[in-house]
Design a protein around this ligand. Sequence first.
Ligand code: CA
Length: 378
Amino acid sequence: MKRRDLLGAAAALATGATTVAVLGGKPDNKTTQAVSTPGIPNIGKNRRQFRLVTSWPKDFPGLGIMANRLAEFVGTMTEGRIEIKVYSAGELVGATEVFDAVSTGAADMYHSAEYYWQGKAKGFSFFTAVPMGMTATEISGWVNFGGGQELWDKLSGRFNLKPFHAGNTGHQMGGWFKKEINSLEDFKGLKMRIPGIGGEVVRRLGGAAVRLSGGEIYQALQSGAIDAAEWVGPWNDYAFGLYREAPYYYGPGFQEPGAAIGLGVNLDVWNSLSPNDQVIFKAACHMVNDLSIGEYTHENGKALEILKREHNIIPRTFPDDVLEKIGRTSEAVVAEIGNSNAETRAIYDSYLKARNSYRTWTEISDGAYIAARTAALK
Ligand code: CA
């Protein structure tokens, strides 16, 4: 954890302690406020308040808004009976401390990306995104219908958590480069901001993977500390101004073909909810997930138009031989991780079975249709 995160967390913890003291610290003592809330019926002790800690800056476009929406939907669907307070990264705990906070009960739920927890269990990566893995619609197929949720429940259950998907960024981009990528040679010695398993793929191509948080990327490109960086896609990338320092924009985002965002609920909290409230939580997660896919599509389209029209950015596709090598390397790296132990292997086997089952359908439906539309509209 960085020093400023520590400081932020300490300050926020102090504030949190005050809040708990004011409210009395026990769930039953929190009921008094509900009685006097205009428009909300007197529902007494059924009223609950939960702390949702996130890995995102406050109201961050896309990711932060997903968490806000989840709180809003649950609040509205329970007519204010369940109130979720959203904390941005560093407000209560740091961005990467949300897992432990919820696991131990210091907070009630987190909104984050499961691949941040690969240091705790390698299997978590498969529930966000892996290189050459599933798209947003495919991972929904696996988790909701292909046995993914059951494996995820088992994995997270080991940490006293109940997990759900609550958001997806859709396809990401390969990244911003200071120089053109014409061959595999261009990856040799390339210093690129790319986290996780994608970073390992870049290392095996001869580059150096650098870990930086989103807010640090622009400065690192500007100072020359890095030669390239991936972040998300046109919407979030444009907001950081990455095009100004590294004008060659390559896709596709082999490293994150549809990053699924997770909600982790403390298992004791989850088990304390009535079946009705559990369905409300699930419904809110699905609503957030669905809206995020639409929102990323809409906003990415808009941002790309601006990048092209006002900043002369021409999105490019990695050369075929580069993509082929990236693909083969990705498969090898993911297989190594997937086979690292019995728990991860069970998840990897299920994931791979689903991806290989869906890929033919995706190729002859989405893939073929997009190719046909592209040709027709040339
Ligand atoms: Ca990314």
